[in-house]
Design a protein around this ligand. Sequence first.
Ligand code: TYD
Ligand code: MG
Length: 477
Amino acid sequence: MAKPNTRYVCQSCGANFSRWMGRCESCNAWNSIVEETVREEMPKGLGRAKGKAIEFVALDGHAPEALRRATGNAEFDRVTGGGLVRGSAILIGGDPGIGKSTLLLQIVTAVAQDSKAGAKPMRSAYISGEEAVEQVQLRAKRLGQQSHAVQIAAATNVRDIIASLDKSDPPDLVVIDSIQTMYLDNLDSAPGTVAQVRSAAAELIRLAKQRGFVLMLVGHVTKEGQIAGPRVLEHMVDTVLYFEGERGHHFRLLRAVKNRFGPANEIGVFEMTEGGLQEVPNPSALFLAERRGSVSGATVFAGIEGTRPVLVEIQALVSPSPLATPRRAVVGWDSSRLAMLLAVLETRCELAFAGNEVYLNVAGGLRIGEPAADLAVALALISALTDRPVPDDVAAFGEIGLSGEVRMVSQPELRLREASKLGFRRVLMPRRRDGAKKERGSVAGIEILEIGHLQDVLDWLYNEVRSLSAGKKVLSQ
Ligand code: TYD
Ligand code: MG
């Protein structure tokens, strides 16, 4: 028997509570808890009726490869692990205005053409719950991408949408923009609540599996928590992509956080232009484009995002503070990691950051999650504090432990090669095992400066700057 019940549901993470709270205990979001009516099925035992026996097969049996189609948009294909998989559901989350609708419009028009591998054009249905049909048409026109194979509609009632798609020859690709505008008319909750968003997505995903079309759901990330965020859907879909970027910057990053059909943590880089989103095949060049060489506090980190090496500039600023507890602010990196590094620099290298404000910024709007950035961050901090610029032909990577030791990280060769490709001549990195040195040799054109302890970084920078200023004196004589 179904019993109507009210619950307090966090619109950010979907957690349930029995009473209202100002802050969600599960995800720590403020003001995200909303009262919702839920029909709860009373838990019942199985009763006496017997079920059918399920069939087991051996793990090493033969399974057909997932039917996958490349979209022709190289960055999108990289992030999805090779393109769209038949019958799969993809969630694309992101802040409002970041460019989700633009990206999806470009994808549906890209797959409407013959693929390079010879696959047939895909027929797509683009269902917008936010914009009128004319607005979508206008945007397609502006992008110079109009196609007969793309059908558009403005609708929000899931019952109507299901009725239009549940047929023997449904479209190959269905875009729902956005899932928060969709509603089921038999639910009491308002569109955008956790209950509506989950049920609407469940219905659409079930149909996608049954009819074999690719389903792409747009989900707005919301800070206020008035409507449900995409996190409440993450477990229901096969692939979760987040479209990120700083407002005011024109870079956009598409990041796979979950992917049943490919690697997670892969990123695709785009640039938002007048003519829509352009693919950026070489992100390092873009992230370093505005770099001004030899400024104190700036260094280049040789990082890895997914399977691709990415070089970014790390900027630190250290300034005296009148406050009792000086400010520490971080953009693009983990603030607790910064606190740890500062503590290590203070205790192991006797550098005094206390009494100073510390600001750290990853240029270009990228967010770095790798601990491999520690060494570059430490170098930037030391350089900022001592006002000694790091030479501009130097890049760095390595993880730092609590005793100040520098530890090896994954894929050093890939990082070195990317640094060499972009014209760097010296790389500060952790000590390699003797075997590793012999096995792999060195990367052409790169001088490797092996660092065992943070103290070595300090000594190196000190000597470097001294020899540089000595050189300048000789020249001016
Ligand atoms: P949009 O795709 O509507 O964002 P979302 O669906 O994530 O809310 O994109 C919104 C922004 O993108 C808008 O501020 C204008 C900008 N834009 C461009 O700069 N160039 C373009 O060609 C297009 C279509 C949009
Ligand atoms: Mg939109």
